[in-house]
Design a protein. Sequence first.
Length: 382
Amino acid sequence: MAGKSRKGGSSLWPMKASHALLMQGVALLIGGLVIAWFAQNAASNLARRSMQLDFGFLGSPAGFSMPFQILSFGPTDTYFMALVTAFANTLLVSAMGVVTSTVVGLGLGVMRLSQNWLLSTVSGAIVELVRNTPQLLQIVFWYVGVLQVLPQARQSLSFGDVAFLNIRGLFLPAPIGGSWSSLLLITFFLSLALAPLARRYLPLHPRRSSLLWLVPPVLLIALAFSLKGWSLPALKGFNFAGGMVLPPELVALWAGLSLYTAAFVAEIVRASVEAIGKGQVEAANSLGLSSWLTLRLVVLPQALRLMIPQLTNQYLNLIKSSSLGAAIAYPEIVQIFAGTVLNQSGRAIEVMVIVMGVFLIINLAASAALAQLNERVALKER
């Protein structure tokens, strides 16, 4: 009977597997039919208007300029260059938001775990206030309620006489590149993307593969030494000259995205730290480690394994929420391409397909990078 039951029990697995494959096939078929229906519907609507899908408009002159850009763009450039420039602006605010929200969220999360009543209460109040108010409302508040009431250039808020904040934006020192700076900068970003792939797919010795992580820091040091110096902002007349300026739209979007995401990061940090067994803390205390060393050397490294999957969702949400910059006229990809370019070209379907494709590429790349990090820190079964 036992043998029959084991045999009978084992025969259930192929049935379950075949049932799962059947359901997946049905789901794929339904999804394909839905996509085909939308495609046919779009094609018929375009044909009714004597139009067809055509991405050739990307080569036409844009005829407009952007108030802020990290790449060179002018009215004579093409719509494709407008897409690239707006894409770069989106990446800029997304990267700034990810870094800032991580640092601020980690600080708020640690404060919530503090035994100090004041620190814990203040952190909890900030987290609950930010989490329970709309993100768009916070971005508009930073833009209208904070940045638009700042003083003029002559009465700027000074930070060590190297950074200045006024109604026109945040003025910061700017590096003066040398002859090799541009090449080193491009190589540095390429190394960040290629080092994980090389470690994963090249048949290298473990010691040699670990040396690949030294390439980005070495390139960053070389980039620092290649700079000729720094350009500091200085007040001349009614405005600042020199340095670089972050416009109010960028600062407001950066602050809104960062603080909103930081509130969720703080809760992730708190929950992950509390999930670590108390025996770990007691063992660290028995070794004479202080509370700070226990947190930094024992608790946080273990909690990081629990944080990364949850942080991935928050980072992806932050990248997608950068499209809210259109509400305050920050020239990101939705405001420029799905707004100005769409209105000028009239290519609604093509523009929306491109914008969705761009966000899909950004999020898939970010998700893949964080998945690699999660795999690196995850516990390996022996």
